[in-house]
Design a protein around this ligand. Structure first.
Ligand code: THU
Length: 135
């Protein structure tokens, strides 16, 4: 199993794959799923800006499409310090990682850890629609 620091390092590396010609703001994310598998994502922008996908979304959607449903950890790193997931990403983490450990990279060696409850309190999720939680 990777240490938290190693996961952050991987997220920093992953951001090199970003397609971000408009913002030039490169973000990388690594998700670790419940079975220990790892998926990486980086932000993919679009000339029609609203079609841009964040790094976290790319990583999570790759995992889910591969049949994984439960996020254990997610590490996020960007070209700036303390880049927190946007609102939509928090909601997507909510769907598959209600109990995930969320690691926000900072200067390659330091990181902050949060719970989803801290970042998205009183959230709306599968149980509100009487669907089993992905936990
Ligand atoms: N972005 C992410 O990929 N993740 C975040 O947590 C924050 C924002 C991307 C979206 C866009 O490509 C660029 O950063 C600037 O908003």
């Amino acid at each position: 199993m990777k240490t938290d620091g190693e996961l952050i390092q991987m997220a920093f590396k992953q951001k090199e794959k970003a397609y971000a010609p408009y913002s030039d703001f490169h973000v990388g994310a690594i998700v670790e799923m419940e079975d220990g598998s790892l998926y990486g994502g980086s932000n993919i922008e679009n000339a029609s800006y609203g079609a841009t996908r964040c790094a976290e979304q790319v990583a999570i959607l790759k995992a889910v499409e591969d049949g994984k449903r439960q996020i254990k950890r997610i590490a996020i790193a960007a070209d700036a310090d303390d880049v927190y997931p946007c609102g939509i990403c928090r909601q997507i983490i909510r769907e598959f990682g209600q109990n995930a450990r969320i690691l926000i990279g900072n200067h390659k060696t330091r990181y902050r850890e949060h719970t989803l409850e801290e970042l998205l309190p009183h959230s709306f999720g599968p149980s509100d629609l009487e669907v089993d939680e992905n936990v």
